[in-house]
Every structure is written in structure tokens, then in C-alpha cells.
Design a protein around this ligand. Structure first.
Ligand SMILES: Nc1ncnc2c1ncn2[C@@H]1O[C@H](COP(=O)(O)OP(=O)(O)O)[C@@H](O)[C@H]1O
Ligand SMILES: [Mg+2]
Length: 509
């Protein structure tokens, strides 16, 4: 048997799923495509996470597109984090150019042009379904992380959340949070002190300043209602195809902290909401994060730990996460170790630093009798990649330099008109895109303070009337100065202040 025949057998035996799978392409050896050495990824293992890596322009986003559209066709819904805004074309059929047919000729695999059902999501005011979360859903822990609070400050934030919980004050948006922080050291100072201990103005001031900083990153658009229900990410169309939800993040890519925190809160929400899935023949949802280095770059150690543990846990909910980035080393080692499918496109070796990165990247792939990984890494063409997956028993499949199939959908983006048309037909937009500002902490506290002020004014008027009556019916007029003094005395008396606080307390209950 020649070496070449050995090769085809080696690959096809390694990629032979019994259940349903996604055809990715065919393996190449010594520059030849071996159509009989098909690279097939078992659907069953697609909740085991993955990596798509490679230099710019080598085909990472197209590989993401191929995986996403094929998952959709198999009834698996997908969420794409579209950082560059170049993935919308997945909604429309391919332009069927000649080079696509030439590629499929080599693969001996029929090419069919077809678009996928797409829902466009947005974190800001861009076109699409508004993704929002309330401050209380976010919780004090995550919020402390995103705000970079000190231990003392996070402690205070936890107390604030507890207070709002105890007093049924909904924390929906940042306006609510700011109001209650002001209240804690202002009108509500005494009450807070009695129940929770002293809170310093310096601390609430520092937290407030950080919230303002976050608002300036556009986070005020993100916090509020109607809060997104993650089950809506798992919709299918009438043909049973999974929806591809594209979250357009072009406007937050220069705000990595917001991005990573949003990611984490979404994952936490999915983890809390989805039931355990056990052993299943396909994932419930697959997430792709393009330009994933953004979520790790500026994430604090604590945030990274949290990402790592959620990646580990979420698998059991039938959710797969795929990181798309330039070099595998962009992903923390602990996360990298959990990724089952690895698709490595070419890397460039311009500098000494590049060569070192290539050496490190090569170490992430199984040793092969047929390839020298380091050489392959620099010689792969566009739309070609080194692939290793997990077979149905969870064992790594042999390394395969693969010529990938072409996306069935359009490789270019949608036009503005097409995008408009797409969002106009969205069922979710009707559900999520109205501004709701229902009564929450801000309104309730403002109301209470106003009422307390009104009480105070009434009290003052009553007192004044009394003094006036006394003066006019008594033994002659008191000097106005005397009246004023009396009022000042009443207003500053401890009983009066407690009276106002009592009203507040009652209102809180
Ligand atoms: N599987 C593929 N089939 C056909 N052409 C491809 C494929 N992958 C990449 N290409 C070509 O390479 C270009 C760059 O790919 P892209 O995925 O945008 O690169 P990256 O995301 O790595 O920067 C595409 O516009 C397309 O012309
Ligand atoms: Mg790309």
C-alpha cells in the first residue's frame, strides 16, 4: 500500500461518525486534495467547544460561517458575536462564483447555494433586536467586576442590592442604581445606618463616578427592560432550521470590558436557565465569538476565572462555545484545554515573535505521522486549515490539513436595504424593542422623597399658621424673627427628623 492510500484510510477511519455530522471538507496530503478522506465533525460532540485560529485573511470568519449555517440546517440554533460586522451575509444565498465551484470540484462535494434564517441583535441603538438586562439580573458580583470596585465598595454594592431586595425596590437601570446610592448616604442615611451599618459618602461617591464612566461607554443602553429571555436564542423556523442570531457588536469593539462582562452575564444567564441536557445527539445552542481576544485581553484575573469555570460548566447544558481568534495563545491555557474542535488556519512568520508564536501554536495540536505541524502552519492556503476534532467517544481525531468547503451563503455582507428588510420581518423586535420605564427604584425613591418633602412643607405651614394664630390672638405680635427661630427649632429637632424617617420607613414597606 502506498503512503498516499495509507493517508486516506488514516483520515477516513479517524472521521467516521455513526450519528449525524457536519461535512467540513477533505484532507490534503503533499499538496493533493483527497476527496475520499472526508473530514466530518460529529454533531454529538459540538457542545465540547472549539477554536478557530489563524492570521487575518486566512478564512476564519468563513469557517465560522460554514459551521454556523450547517448547524442551522441540522436544527441547531446559533449565536454569532459579530465584532467586525462582516457575518450578515449568512442570511442570503451564495453569489456562486467560479472559484467556489472550482473548490467543490476538488472536494467532489456538491455545492448548493442557500441562506439561513437570521435574527439580528444589538446592544445599542443599531438595527436589530435590543438585548437588555436589568441591573438586578446582573447582580452585585458581576457589576462590581465590571466597575472594578474595591472590596469595600463591592460590599456596599451588595448591601444596596440587599436593601432593594428587602424593600421591594426594583433595580432595573443605572438610573435606579445611582438614585439608591445617593439615597443611602442622603435621605435614607439613618435608616441604612440602623439596618446595615454606616456607609460613607466617599465610597458611594466613588461607585457613582464609576457608574458614570460605564454610562459613557454606552452601558445605559444595555441596562433596563425589557430584559432578554435567553430561550429566544433557541428558536427554529417552520422548516426546523435553527435561527442564526447575529449580535452586531461593531459599536462596542473598542470597549472590551463591556463586551467581556456582557458575554459573561449572557453565559451565566444561559447556564441558569437551560436545563441539564445529559447525553444528547446534538447541541441545544452553539455560540461563536469572533475576535475573541477582545474578551480576554482586558479581562481581570477574576473575570477570566469566571469565564473559565462557566465554559467548563455550560457544556452540560448542551451549549458549545467557539472562540475565533488569531493565535491559540490569545485564549487562556485553562480555557484552551477545554476546546474539543480545533481549526487552525495559516499563521504568518514575519518576525522572531511570530516564529515563537507558531512554535507555541504547533504544540496545541496532536502529533501526526503525515505532517510537520510547524511547516503546515505557514504553508496552508486561504480556506485551508489543520483540523482536529473529538470523535463520538470523545477521543481526538487525527490531525488533517483540510481544504474547507465554501459557505452556502453569501461571503459578503448584506446591503443596508437587505438588513432593514430582515429586521422588519423580525418577530423578536416586536417583543423587545419598546422602551419600557416601569416604576422602579428611581421613581419609587423620588416619590418617597417628594412625599417626605411635601410632609415637611405641610408641617412647616401648619407650624407657621399656629405661630401666626398665637401671635394674632395672644398678647400681641411676636417679632417675625422669633417665629423664624421657632420654625428652625422644629425643623431641626430630632423628633421631626425621625418623623420624616418614619414616613419613609412606612412607605418602604
Ligand atoms: N472556505 C472558503 N471557501 C472559499 N473562499 C474562502 C474560504 N475561506 C476563505 N475564503 C476567502 O478568503 C477571504 C478571507 O476570509 P475571512 O474568513 O474573511 O478571513 P479572516 O476571518 O481569517 O480574516 C474570503 O473573503 C474568501 O474570499
Ligand atoms: Mg474574520
Amino acid at each position: 500500500m502506498s503512503n498516499t492510500e495509507n493517508f486516506s484510510r488514516h483520515i477516513s477511519e479517524g472521521y467516521q461518525p455513526k450519528g449525524d455530522y457536519i461535512y467540513l471538507g477533505a484532507a490534503m496530503y503533499k499538496g493533493e486534495v483527497h476527496a475520499d478522506a472526508a473530514v466530518k465533525i460529529p454533531l454529538k460532540t459540538m457542545n465540547r467547544h472549539g477554536l478557530i485560529a489563524g492570521a487575518t485573511g486566512t478564512g476564519k470568519s468563513k469557517t465560522l460561517q460554514i459551521l454556523a449555517e450547517n448547524l442551522s440546517k441540522k436544527g441547531v440554533p446559533v449565536l454569532l458575536m459579530d465584532v467586525k460586522g462582516d457575518l450578515s451575509g449568512i442570511a442570503k444565498p451564495s453569489d456562486e462564483e467560479d472559484f467556489i465551484y472550482a473548490r467543490h470540484e476538488k472536494l467532489k462535494f456538491p455545492f448548493e447555494a442557500s441562506g439561513s434564517p437570521v435574527e439580528i441583535l444589538s446592544l445599542s441603538e443599531e438595527e436589530g433586536v435590543r438585548l437588555r438586562a436589568t441591573v438586578s439580573e446582573f447582580g452585585p458580583v458581576l457589576l462590581s467586576r465590571i466597575l472594578d470596585l474595591s472590596d469595600t465598595q463591592s460590599g456596599i454594592l451588595s448591601i444596596i442590592f440587599k436593601y432593594c431586595d428587602d424593600n421591594h425596590l426594583p433595580l432595573l437601570d443605572l438610573k435606579d442604581l445611582k438614585k439608591i446610592l445617593q439615597f443611602a448616604t442622603g435621605e435614607g442615611k439613618e435608616e441604612f445606618e440602623n439596618s446595615y451599618g454606616r456607609i460613607s459618602v466617599a465610597s458611594t461617591g466613588a461607585i457613582l463616578r464609576k457608574i458614570v464612566g460605564l454610562e459613557q461607554q454606552g452601558a445605559d443602553k444595555f441596562f433596563g427592560e425589557k430584559s432578554f429571555e435567553v430561550e429566544d436564542l433557541t428558536r427554529k423556523n417552520t422548516e426546523g432550521y435553527g435561527f442564526i442570531n447575529i449580535l452586531r457588536l461593531t459599536d462596542i469593539q473598542d470597549r472590551p470590558k463591556l463586551f467581556s462582562t456582557f458575554m459573561l452575564s449572557l453565559l451565566a444567564e444561559i447556564y441558569n436557565t437551560f436545563p441539564e441536557q445529559g447525553d444528547s445527539d446534538k447541541p441545544k445552542l452553539v455560540l461563536f465569538i469572533d475576535e475573541a481576544h477582545l474578551i480576554f485581553e482586558q479581562a481581570s484575573r477574576a473575570l477570566q476565572d469566571q469565564i473559565e469555570s462557566i465554559v467548563k460548566l455550560i457544556r452540560s447544558k448542551g451549549v458549545g462555545i467557539y472562540f475565533v481568534t488569531q493565535n491559540p495563545t490569545d485564549v487562556p491555557a485553562d480555557v484552551l484545554g477545554q476546546l474539543g474542535l480545533k481549526i487552525q488556519h495559516a499563521l504568518r512568520a514575519f518576525t522572531a515573535k511570530d516564529r515563537k508564536a507558531i512554535k507555541l501554536a504547533a504544540e496545541n495540536y496532536p502529533i501526526s505521522d503525515f505532517y510537520d505541524t510547524k511547516t503546515e502552519l505557514t504553508s496552508l492556503g486561504i480556506g485551508e486549515a489543520l483540523v482536529t476534532a473529538l470523535d463520538e467517544k470523545g477521543r481526538p481525531t487525527p490531525l488533517a490539513a483540510t481544504m474547507l468547503r465554501a459557505p452556502m451563503s453569501r461571503m459578503d455582507i448584506l446591503t443596508k436595504e437587505e438588513l432593514k428588510e430582515l429586521t422588519a420581518n423580525s418577530a423578536l423586535i416586536a417583543k423587545y424593542n419598546q422602551e419600557i420605564d416601569r416604576e422602579s427604584a428611581y421613581e419609587i425613591l423620588t416619590g418617597k422623597i417628594d412625599r417626605a418633602d411635601a410632609d415637611k412643607a405641610r408641617e412647616k405651614a401648619k407650624e407657621e399658621r399656629k405661630k401666626f394664630e398665637k401671635a394674632s390672638t395672644g398678647r400681641g405680635r411676636k417679632s417675625s424673627n422669633g417665629t423664624e427661630k421657632a420654625i428652625v427649632k422644629v425643623l431641626t429637632s430630632a423628633t421631626f427628623i425621625r418623623g420624616v424617617m418614619g414616613v419613609l420607613n412606612k412607605l418602604m414597606k
